[in-house]
Design a protein around this ligand. Structure first.
Ligand code: ADP
Ligand code: MG
Length: 255
């Protein structure tokens, strides 16, 4: 039986000035699925993620989240562009984890997790704190609740950033090279957290160069080159024999 995909990107195009960065990119992600995005630097991976939750507005195309058109709302018989407030509520449905963690440096770890639910989502502070502490426990950092980000390692900061994204109760998580800024010995602790989230059914899109991890944890991959979605397939073909020629060339460099 077919069901509505959780995320559907349809013919997304985006230019910056005369530079077309995304060329009619379309793909779908099912509820509970983990999708990785591979491709050389500059191929448009980050822009694609940003277009999914409208941090960048696509020039053309549409993004549907759970059947809702992102960036717009129903208005009488038609649709119209959202006011900032409604748009920010839609954006919260897709949690984002960045390469550079982007924690609030002047807040403790716990405050980082409580801020969004309380200020943006208007949830009660006591309940938000309880949920935040449970999330910190889930990423193995309950004892760091009262530390400041600068007192943590990069791996710990990224685990806090993941917990902070989860605190907003997103329907899916978008990871943009979550381990690229980490020292090698800290990569695994972050991948382990992502692995467990995917295993628990969190729909995830992960831009990564960790092909081994992608093969192990993800269901499907996209391969991007020059703004074009070259290949969309199961991770089982992510090897130097089976994949599309362009994907194969890329894999030969990173594997
Ligand atoms: P990737 O994440 O695959 O490395 P990006 O999506 O970051 O690729 O960038 C794709 C291209 O778009 C690059 O050439 C980049 O310089 C350009 N680009 C990205 N964001 C902007 C922006 N805000 N303004 C102008 N050019 C941009
Ligand atoms: Mg990028």
């Amino acid at each position: 039986m077919m069901s509505v995909p959780l995320i559907a990107a349809i013919n997304i195009s985006k230019s910056f000035g005369s530079h077309q960065v995304l060329r009619s990119v379309s793909f779908e992600v099912a509820q509970g699925e983990a999708l990785c995005i591979l491709g050389p630097s500059g191929s448009g991976k980050s822009t694609l993620l940003r277009c999914l939750n409208m941090l960048e507005r696509p020039d053309e195309g549409a993004v549907f989240l759970g059947g809702d058109l992102m960036g717009y709302r129903s208005h009488g018989r038609g649709i119209r562009e959202l006011h900032d407030k409604t748009e920010s509520m839609q954006r919260q449905r897709l949690g984002m984890v960045f390469q550079q963690f982007n924690l609030f440096p002047h807040m403790t770890v716990l405050e980082n997790l409580v801020e969004g639910p309380v200020r943006v989502q208007k949830r009660g502070r006591v309940q938000a704190r309880t949920e935040a502490l449970a999330l910190l426990d889930r990423v193995g950092l309950a004892e760091k609740a009262n530390s400041f980000p600068s007192q943590l390692s990069g791996g710990q900061q990224q685990r806090v950033a993941i917990a902070r994204a989860l605190a907003m109760r997103p329907e899916a998580l978008l990871f943009d090279e979550p381990t690229s800024a980490l020292d090698p010995e800290m990569v695994n602790e972050v991948l382990q957290v992502i692995r467990e989230l995917v295993r628990d059914g969190m729909t995830s899109i992960i831009v990564t160069h960790e092909v081994g991890f992608a093969r192990e944890v993800c269901d499907r991959f996209l391969f991007m080159e020059d703004g074009v979605l070259v290949e969309d397939g199961p991770v089982s073909v992510l090897n130097q024999q089976a994949a599309h020629a362009r994907t194969r060339d890329f894999l030969a460099k990173v594997l």
